[in-house]
Design a protein around this ligand. Structure first.
Ligand SMILES: NC(=O)c1ccc[n+]([C@@H]2O[C@H](COP(=O)([O-])OP(=O)(O)OC[C@H]3O[C@@H](n4cnc5c(N)ncnc54)[C@H](O)[C@@H]3O)[C@@H](O)[C@H]2O)c1
Length: 262
């Protein structure tokens, strides 16, 4: 990949079988990184590995539920076993909030209508899952002199949107986790940053905004007038993971066509 040097680095990508994660896996692997793909979706993950291996890439897949600590430990252990070290991790797996699937409705369900079990599950994946991944990645990176972590937060990590308390709270928390770990490990050569996508054309967005009309409205809300592509977030995340970003830690980098400035 032009301008990026991540060749030879061992990196983990969670949620790597679809959308933003998949785009990141492709760019990283084709640029010479050794990639461990972690996802719940076995079929898509195995298909992606086969496709990239046919092109000579060093990639492997492990079915992982990021909210399960043992599975995350197994994920990190596999990266270490196969590739000998862990240089980088893109903690990107996440789920949409309950009310987001109602955003096409005239009146999205409000805060007090949000079921507790749904609220808990969104935090369990987006917050607890990200925490567990970071914890075990940091343990591995400390063994080999450091590394870089990027977490996927969102525009919703710095702003609220109607009827999305579960998702908004979870993404604010991802930014809190990012800053906390960045501070704790700044002197130990571990950088931790967050990338904050605007609306990106992925299966998650298609699920949340079911109609094309909604997508057009959403695109128009962005100052650049369009939805983002998964590859554009991949570029941002991989740059933060690369040595080019050696002085950068603890930041929340918006990649949203200007949405966060208005
Ligand atoms: N698409 C957008 O507009 C947008 C905007 C802002 C932030 N994000 C964030 O970007 C990230 C990626 O989303 P996407 O749009 O590419 O969605 P996506 O649905 O295409 O991909 C998400 C992937 O995460 C996996 N996943 C879900 N729960 C998991 C779990 N518990 N353990 C392991 N894997 C799990 C899914 O199987 C899927 O492959 C998410 O964190 C999402 O919140 C997306």
């Amino acid at each position: 990949m032009q301008g990026l040097n991540i060749s030879g680095k061992s990196i983990i990508v969670t949620g790597g079988a679809s959308g933003i994660g998949e785009a990141t896996v492709r760019l990283a692997a084709l640029a010479g990184a050794k990639v461990t793909i972690a996802d719940l979706n076995v079929e898509a993950g195995v298909r992606l590995v086969k496709h990239l291996q046919e092109q000579g890439c060093a990639v492997q897949f492990i079915r992982t539920d990021i909210s399960d600590e043992q599975q995350v430990q197994d994920m990190v252990a596999l990266a270490l076993k196969t590739f000998g070290r862990l240089d980088g991790a893109f903690n990107n797996a996440g789920v949409a909030g309950f009310n987001q699937s109602n955003l096409g409705a005239d009146e999205p369900a409000k805060f007090s209508a949000l079921p507790l079990d749904v609220y808990r599950r969104v935090q369990e994946v987006n917050v607890v899952g990200t925490f567990i991944c970071m914890k075990h990645e940091i343990i591995a990176m400390l063994q080999t002199g450091g590394g870089a972590i990027v977490n996927t937060a969102s525009f919703s990590g710095i702003f609220a949107s109607p009827g999305a308390a579960d998702y908004v709270a979870s993404k604010h928390a991802v930014i809190g986790l990012t800053k906390s770990a960045a501070l704790d490990y700044a002197t130990q050569n571990i950088r931790v940053n967050a990338v904050l996508p605007g609306a990106i054309r992925t299966p998650m967005l298609d699920m949340v905004f079911k109609s094309d009309g909604r997508n057009k409205l959403l695109a128009a809300a962005h100052p650049n007038g369009r939805l983002g592509e998964p590859e554009e977030i991949a570029q941002a995340a991989l740059w933060l993971l690369s040595d080019a970003a050696s002085l950068i830690t603890g930041i929340s980098m918006s990649a949203d066509g200007g949405l966060s400035m208005i």
